[in-house]
Design a protein around this ligand. Structure first.
Ligand SMILES: *[C@@H]1O[C@H](CO)[C@@H](O)[C@H](O)[C@H]1NC(C)=O
Ligand SMILES: *[C@@H]1O[C@H](CO)[C@@H](O)[C@H](O)[C@H]1NC(C)=O
Length: 342
């Protein structure tokens, strides 16, 4: 390319010369669309799609392509990104290290992520595009932004909410702010149907129902729900007293972390989080059937042969009484008697 041509292209991209329409845009878009994220400063994420990744119970994690599956039938309903009966919400998996919270899609009533469509200029082609401008989390904060940071799989990026004025930053895992552009082009062929993963969601080594860490003085209790999966009115975490996060997490590491702080309960979650507390609400008590373990389906980041919870589910361990037998809970093969949600 000629030098002047390159310069004028750059100038065009930088000046965003495209002429923006002035008519207002409705915050409801019922003609199905996909979303492509843009941030020209971060080629690693620029141009990748808003993908869905099955999370169990009808929920979907949000990842950048190629992790997960393309979503080209999204709609915007009064500012809420939706797909059929599920919609984008902000809740859970909060990490103090970067002060961000998970964005995912669910049928449930968690606080919605709110957007206003606006016109913008495509950063490369300079064509007019519709962007979904993030305006805040339903019910409390106005502002903030949507960002993506590295997720549980190789080259995967998960969607996060960063609140207004957030000054926290995890340099090892920065959360990259992105523009969400409405996109109706045909997506390229999905490179792989499953994520290019070092930590597959269903582990390559079939794990046992749980890890036996009785040698560390903790017994397995069951798969306990976090606030998003519990039927109570409490927004608090199940084991909120302390959090340790590591991509090399195992249940041994987790119980030893909680033990070192003197906590009675330890729970691993989402492959890489370890939560501790001395008590939990009765509404967070795990079930006793094999099917009650279904939510704890994510392999540990540090050991694919054991489960470290799931999305909004904790593999829960309790300290054994001094001098008493240390035995893991037993699980019956009967189907869970949990009532169906209306
Ligand atoms: C973290 O976010 C909250 C709002 O959710 C804000 O009040 C607080 O100041 C933030 N902390 C930092 C360190 O930015
Ligand atoms: C949850 O909160 C609602 C409204 O505040 C109340 O009507 C309902 O009884 C509460 N449910 C439980 C299980 O506490």
């Amino acid at each position: 390319m000629q030098r002047h041509a390159l310069l004028s292209l750059l100038a065009g991209a930088l000046s965003q010369a495209c002429e923006l329409p002035t008519e207002p845009i409705s915050d409801t878009i019922s003609d199905g669309f996909g979303i492509r994220v843009q941030n020209a400063d971060f080629p690693a994420v620029n141009g990748r799609y808003w993908n869905l990744f099955e999370a169990g119970g009808g929920d979907q994690h949000l990842y950048l392509s190629p992790t997960g599956a393309y979503a080209f039938d999204l709609t915007l309903n009064a500012g809420v990104i939706s797909k059929g009966i599920i919609h984008a919400v902000i809740n859970g998996e909060y990490l103090a290290s970067d002060n961000t919270t998970k964005i995912f899609m669910t049928e449930r009533g968690d606080p919605r992520a709110l957007f206003q469509p606006v016109y913008g200029c495509h950063p490369v082609t300079d064509e007019v595009q519709v962007e979904l401008l993030f305006t805040g989390r339903e019910g409390d904060e106005v502002g903030g932004n949507v960002c993506v940071r590295t997720g549980a799989f190789t080259d995967s990026y998960e969607f996060r909410y960063s609140p207004p004025g957030n000054t926290a930053n995890d340099p090892s895992r920065p959360c990259i702010p992105i523009t969400l552009a409405v996109d109706r082009t045909e997506p390229p062929a999905q490179p792989t149907p499953t994520p290019t993963s070092s930590i597959p969601p269903g582990p390559t080594v079939t794990p046992g129902l749980f890890a036996d860490v009785t040698a560390e003085g903790y017994a397995f209790v069951g798969c306990a729900p976090e606030e998003g999966n519990a039927n109570d009115n409490t927004t608090e975490r199940t084991l909120p007293a302390s959090l340790y996060a590591s991509d090399a997490l195992t249940n041994e590491v987790c119980v030893n972390y909680c033990k070192s702080l003197g906590f009675k309960y330890a729970g691993s979650e989402y492959s890489r989080e370890c939560w501790c507390a001395n008590s939990y609400l009765p509404t967070r008590q795990p079930g006793t059937t094999v099917s009650s373990l279904a939510g704890c389906n994510m392999a540990c980041g540090g050991d694919a042969s054991q489960y470290c919870g799931g999305a909004g589910w904790l593999s829960l361990y309790a300290a054994c009484e001094e001098g008493a037998a240390c035995t893991n809970a037993e699980f019956s093969a009967l189907r869970s008697m949990r009532p169906f949600r209306a």
